[in-house]
Design a protein around this ligand. Structure first.
Ligand code: AMP
Ligand code: GLY
Length: 419
């Protein structure tokens, strides 16, 4: 089979890396891909929102199956566009991807179906939002309704901060139309865990758990980022917790979406927080997590394409999905200054040496090729995934990899996996 993956970050590199192990695949394309992905797939210079061009490319090249990695095209209806042309595509339609695309939609869904989440109110008018904040205890969480590159959530410790956040989102339109509506939410505390799942519209099969590190600096200091590292499995996600989540969150969510006439087919990502009152949903995503995927897929033993085909064909219940018992830790190497301003174009060394290691995988996020050499080309540059028999061993392995790969102003966290 010929397969096209739409996206071009570390997550997509991990998906391509896993697909490349499938005996069913003869060729993998990736649009737009990146310099690391180009080592194992043919990169195609088409943007993720250029649906017509992607569809034409799929038809011209006889591609059998397309996988959508990113949120923007999913929320924008890429799956609907492909299906209209009779093409096989993996991911939720726009009417289901809205579970990530609109926070007020997902909160209202959880309220209607009794799925545990933080208490909240929705506002599309600044004055009402301000009046509501005035009466609340702090801290409080203010969220732009729509997609905002992971930056639309503001935790406010004082009322002044909350008014400023409302102003930024609703009046200054810092996140554009994503901020026409806001969700104002109760502040919860507890450890966070990401559980991604395969869904075929009816059946939901959770993957192994992972934990992300969103802040830029050690011990969760510094600004929020797209993710500075991950580990799998999570220590807090025990068998008992998993069983409770299955019963109270995963199955009810997929059933709720089906009941609303929005069957969810694809990867449903549950962002969870273990609070004193049990597990609550912090957010849903309609796709693989980045950098969660870089620790989850290395632990998957089953052919990924077979699982995805089963999802699209509504027969996920027939597939036996197997995971290895080992642990994986991914340390992100970023450009100094990220998530604010940073420089690009620095040569990356050590990539050939690290390939000799069977227990380390390097996933490229923001790299490009210049005169035959890999150079930095983004805020997050590489993810170094170490595999080991347990978390401590995987941490050691990942950090050995971090020492091997170098570039000017390399920045990483030293505490990935020790939570
Ligand atoms: P999100 O973009 O929804 O993933 O939110 C980003 C981060 O904000 C989450 O990973 C949490 O760490 C934090 N967050 C979101 N909602 C809440 C909440 N109700 N209480 C505390 N922290 C939250
Ligand atoms: N790692 C968080 C996300 O992918 O949204």
């Amino acid at each position: 089979m010929k397969v096209l993956l739409v996206g071009g970050g570390g997550r997509e590199h991990a998906i391509v890396w896993k697909l490349a192990q499938s005996s069913k695949i003869e060729k993998i394309y990736c649009a737009p891909g990146n310099a690391g992905i180009a080592e194992i797939a043919q990169c195609v210079n088409i943007g993720v929102m250029e649906f017509d061009k992607l569809i034409a490319f799929v038809k011209e090249n006889g591609i059998d199956f397309t996988i959508i990695g990113m949120d923007d095209p999913l929320v924008g209806g890429i799956v609907d566009a492909f299906e209209k042309e009779g093409l096989k595509v993996f991911g939720p339609r726009a009417n289901a991807a809205i579970i990530e695309g609109s926070k007020s939609f997902s909160k209202d869904l959880m309220k209607k179906y009794g799925i545990p989440t933080a208490k909240y109110e929705v506002f599309d008018n600044y004055k009402d939002a301000e009046a509501y904040v005035e009466k609340q205890d702090m801290p409080i969480v203010i969220k732009a309704d729509g997609l905002a590159l992971g930056k639309g959530v503001i935790i406010c410790n004082t009322k002044e901060e909350a008014f400023a956040a409302l102003n930024e989102i609703m009046i200054d339109k810092k996140f554009g139309n994503s901020g026409n509506t806001v969700v104002i939410e109760e502040f919860l505390t507890g450890q966070e865990v990401s559980v991604l799942s395969f869904c075929d519209g009816k059946t939901v099969v959770p993957m192994v758990s992972a934990q992300d590190h969103k802040r830029a600096l050690d011990f969760d200091k510094g600004l929020n980022t797209g993710g500075m590292g991950t580990f799998s499995p999570s220590r807090i996600y025990t068998k008992e917790v998993a069983a409770k989540c299955m019963e109270e969150i995963f199955v009810p969510t997929v059933a709720a979406m089906a009941n609303e006439g929005r069957p969810f087919v694809g990867i449903l990502y549950f962002g969870l927080m273990l609070t004193e009152k049990g597990m609550k949903v912090i957010e849903y995503n309609a796709r693989f997590g980045d950098p969660e995927t870089q620790v989850i897929l290395p632990r998957l033993k089953t052919d990924l394409l077979e699982i995805m085909e089963a999802c699209v064909e509504g027969r996920l219940n027939e597939i036996n999905i197997e995971w290895s018992d080992n642990a994986a830790v991914c340390v992100v190497l970023a450009s100094g200054g990220y998530p604010e301003s940073y420089e690009k174009g620095y040569e990356i060394t050590g990539l050939d040496e690290i390939k000799k290691r069977g227990d380390i995988i390097v996933f490229h996020a923001g790299t490009s090729l210049k005169d035959g050499k890999f150079v930095t080309n983004g805020g997050r540059v590489l993810g170094i995934t170490g595999i080991g028999p347990n978390l401590d061993a995987a941490i050691r392995t990942a950090y050995e990899g971090v020492e091997i790969v170098n570039f000017e102003k390399k920045h990483f966290r030293h505490d990935i996996g020790i939570k």
